[in-house]
Design a binder for this molecule. Sequence first.
Ligand code: MEV
Length: 426
Amino acid sequence: MPEKSSRLPGFYKLSLAERADVIAAWAGLTEDEKAVLTGQGLSNEQASHMIENVIGTFCMPLGIAVNFLINGRDYLIPMAVEEPSVVAAAGHAAKLFRAGGGLHTEASDPVMIGQIQVMDIPDMDAAIAAIEANKEKLMGIANECDPIMIRFGGGARDIVVRPLPDTAVGPMLIVHLHFDTRDAMGANAVNSAIETMAPTIAELTGGRTGLRILSNLADQRISKAWGIIPADQLDSHGIPGAKVARLIEEANAFALADPYRAATHNKGIMNGIDPVCLATGNDWRAIEAGAHAYAARNGRYTALTQWRVNEDGDLYGEITLPTAVGMVGGATKVHPTAKVAMKILGVQTAAELGQVMAAVGLAQNLAAIRALSTVGIQRGHMRLHARQVAIAAGATNNQVRLIADKMADAGQINMEYAAELLEELQ
Ligand code: MEV
């Protein structure tokens, strides 16, 4: 059998049930798993065990972004998101990358950071020296907490000291534990390890430990994605592709230079990443916090992506960001829809999941800045708005798209015209 392709031409034209059938066949879903997608997701019973004071569940659309080719492998990307055009834009951008050989990714080891705050230290230099001299002992204590993590190849990797001589309450010493959490997001593992280490830290420094908590600036757990789009693929609304490539480079330069623009630019990147986080049951607040803190790591908030026209005149793009995500523990293994989404995605490790997210973020960014630097985004948005108007006028199923497209093409998006077109169709 040929390698499965994520190119699914016409997928968007199918009915929801037909799309679910296609994905079920593609990913080898069972009937039960398919039923999870189409309505039998999280039960009230399951929900009430997940958080407190549960009164029900909250549904979101789950879409599939097609066309992704990452490191030579085809992926279908499950995205849980309420914003129209995100899923379509990701798939379209993935198609552009595909024409240049697809996206490429790499990742660091999945190392998270735990922080211990130490106060009231009598001699800062001596405290630092004591920690440095006892690194192995401290890492040994950290590793005692989670034998399973150690068995899977994770565990303490380093201890780093960071004195903060001048805070609002006086000097303090921050001790970082670098801890490889393998396929777990790792918050629990890291927090347990540092809580266990803290008394020894207090003893070694002669100080008093304060906070002991994971850092969401996961700059030791980084994913990178990059790819090339041949200039001729970028032709857009009468603008030649080579020109569009240059316009995208200019749009990126704006975001690199200006935090006001960078915030929106990066929001567009997270439009792609958060829905994958949500669909796979990961903590999207952690990913958001990490991404934005990383964007400001050099003291000035900037864009997470780099775009430039390369020596062949084609467009090269890359993204680097922390991807603290897991595939064991948490909602990933509890939420029925997240479990099915993971099966569709077919990733083998948390590091692979992080890399896929980076690739989706890069594609999403491309779609946004390509539209912004050419026709603007309202054009596409108006088409989607037209669909809402068509539905409000009573259109159903295939009528919705037909009527919406006619209204958008005519530049006349209103209820009266929608009703007129509906009558003609009927
Ligand atoms: C809207 O959700 C996202 C964009 O604003 C991103 C961007 O400006 O790059 C279109």
